[in-house]
Design a protein around this ligand. Structure first.
Ligand SMILES: *[C@@H]1O[C@H](CO)[C@@H](O)[C@H](O)[C@H]1NC(C)=O
Ligand SMILES: *[C@@H]1O[C@H](CO)[C@@H](O)[C@H](O)[C@H]1NC(C)=O
Length: 578
């Protein structure tokens, strides 16, 4: 079932439901509603009236459109303002609610004896914790228990809620209320290859700095990544520049230091001894028990610490005490924005995601606004594009193509997958397609239009021809060797590609900082610029099947399988003016 969007609903209400019972003397209007319980969820009984719920109230911004314009301007290499990233304070001026909005909403809460606290960097998100009975009367709601059938995860939700009529334009939405978001996905496929023989591993190490060895067709190691994309095999000397690469961790995926040490000793001894630091938010942990090491988390730290030599890596473990209704995806942006520039990561890589149809559009837009703020502050935000081809995050039954989220957000860089040795070909798992929530942004409009002109009416109706196209770029995503729980494994997934690409960007940032220049920040206008696209090796073969189709085909130029192609480090340095 699809959630009604706020805009459509408001229009409907204007004609149909003026008569709502006043509560506390205020006329209440329904703000959001769902027609039925979404597929995959079921009722799971009532909740005790005294049970507490924590709700977030997303307030209208002062001028988010102006921030969007500024963000594009400072990220456009052709602009005189290129690289002039904004401080968190400056960003907040655009994002914070107008003072009247804040006082009106606080007065309403106060009339119910509720006090709210601000939980976002800019003060646009308020949070309250109240008993269910108070939430019900505040919002004319009926909060009950629901269960996500597949995972068994329980949640307290309502099928509709109301707000005072005079606050309707001040409150964008309140969550968690009517949104039913399935738990996060994003674990790569794992193939046991039972301990690659030691001698073989020595061979890989000797290959460092040489032409791409043929062995990289079947097993990808750091030496392969270096050879494929021209990544330096030596550590950078610039760690004092304050550059940090952020790696996000979710769903109790813990990054293990011993696994990283084992990985480096065997597969990149030049970087042996490199470690990562850890930040914990939302009750996150990073337990070091071997049996609790996560495949995804180990992969992500191994292909950042092991590739971005000398750049400090921070593993940010997001726990399950999240109330942003999107598994902490917005919480982590608030955390990063709140850090001083000197310790704030300049790149964030995430190998988890959602299927876009599972997210209500207003939550997806809210999340995208958060990534825009990171971009404006100078943080490059990268996401794996998904492992289900045109079918989304993972292979799934589908009758129309499933874009991933936040892949459709124009302010993130979506990283697809390739496989093999040069010329690399699209990995069939590579998530790609077109968003239904975000329109094609200007930076890729010509690319998308020429790709779509080329395919004519193939797949017409299965995808959104006016949507933002993804991925933007690609990197190796199959048969990638990792150390996990004390032994060696091969993994597949765009989960491999995102940390690899993020490492390359962080190495460019490292050189920029050493040269006294600003970091890259929001990447896409740079990547799609004439100089930026020249730094990519076009991938022109392979497809991303899904939904009982062969999927899209990689072709000359941008395509919704491999984007602009794979990176070339030296050409990226040149594009960045180094
Ligand atoms: C770092 O410094 C060493 C010694 O001065 C040098 O050999 C090496 O090439 C440098 N590495 C980089 C990436 O600049
Ligand atoms: C297709 O994308 C556009 C632009 O984002 C959007 O307005 C439209 O609603 C989308 N169509 C569907 C069927 O979702």
């Amino acid at each position: 079932m699809r959630l009604l969007s706020f805009v459509a609903l408001a229009a409907y209400l204007a004609v149909a439901s003026a008569s709502v019972s006043p509560l506390n003397g205020r006329a209440m209007v329904v703000h959001e509603t769902v027609k039925a319980i979404p597929r995959g969820f079921a009722h799971a009984g009532s909740v005790a009236p005294s049970q507490e719920v924590t709700l977030r109230i997303a307030l209208a911004h002062t001028d988010i459109t102006a921030l969007e314009k500024v963000t594009y301007d400072i990220s456009n290499p052709a602009s005189a303002n290129y690289g002039q990233h904004l401080t968190a304070e400056k960003i907040a001026e655009y994002v914070k609610p107008p003072a009247e909005t804040l006082s009106a909403v606080n007065a309403w809460l106060d009339s119910h004896g509720i006090s709210a606290k601000s939980v976002s960097a800019a003060g646009d998100i308020l949070q309250i914790t109240v008993p269910v009975k108070t939430a019900n009367s505040l919002l004319a709601a009926d909060f009950v228990q629901f269960q996500h059938i597949e995972s068994g995860k329980k949640s307290v939700r309502t099928l509709k809620y109301s707000v005072p009529a005079e606050l309707q334009s001040s409150i964008k939405f309140i969550h968690p209320t009517v949104a039913f978001v399935p738990p996060l996905k994003g674990i790569p496929g794992v193939t046991a290859i039972n301990h690659v023989p030691e001698t073989k591993r020595e061979e890989f190490v000797e290959l460092q700095g040489r032409a791409v060895p043929s062995s990289c067709a079947s097993i990808v190691t750091p030496a392969c990544v270096q050879a494929l994309y021209g990544v330096p095999a030596t550590k950078s000397n610039h760690s004092a520049t304050g550059n940090t690469l952020g790696v996000s961790g979710y769903i109790d995926q813990f990054a293990n230091s011993n696994d990283l040490a084992l990985f480096l000793r065997n597969l990149n001894p030049t970087f042996s001894g490199s470690t990562f630091s850890t930040s914990l938010i939302d009750g996150g942990q990073n337990t070091q028990t071997t049996s609790q090491a996560g495949i995804e988390a180990d992969l992500d730290v191994e292909y950042t610490v092991g590739i971005a030599g000398g750049v400090p890596v921070t593993f940010i473990s997001v726990g399950d005490q999240t109330i942003d209704d999107i598994s902490g995806f917005v919480d982590i942006t608030n955390f990063i924005l709140s850090l001083p520039v000197a310790t704030r990561p300049t790149v964030l890589t995430t190998s988890y995601g959602f299927n876009e149809p599972d997210l209500p559009i207003e939550l997806n837009v809210e999340m995208c606004n958060a990534y825009m703020q990171l971009g404006a502050a100078g943080v490059s935000v990268l996401f794996a594009s998904g492992d289900g081809g045109v079918g989304g995050v993972q292979t799934t039954e589908c009758t129309s193509f499933v874009p991933t989220a936040p892949g459709g957000c124009p302010f993130i860089t979506s990283v697809g997958g390739v496989t093999g040795v040069p010329p690399q070909t699209a990995a069939s798992l590579s998530g790609g397609g077109f968003s239904n929530h975000f329109a094609t942004p200007d930076f890729q409009l010509g690319d998308v239009q020429s790709y779509l002109a080329g395919i004519g009416d193939q797949y017409a109706g299965l995808y959104n021809a006016t949507g933002r196209g993804l991925p933007d770029v690609a990197a190796s995503a199959e048969s990638v060797e990792i150390a996990w729980q004390g032994s060696f494994w091969l993994v597949d997934g765009t989960s491999c590609a995102s940390p690899i690409f993020a490492s390359i960007i962080s190495l460019v940032n490292d050189r920029l900082l050493a040269a006294g220049k600003p970091v890259l920040g929001f990447l896409n206008p740079f990547l799609y610029s004439p100089a930026g696209r020249a730094a990519f090796t076009d991938v022109t073969t392979g497809t991303n099947p899904g939904c009982n189709t062969n999927g899209f085909s990689a072709k000359a130029g941008w395509d919704p399988v491999t984007g602009l192609g794979t990176p070339n480090f030296n050409l990226l340095l040149a594009a960045a003016g180094l």
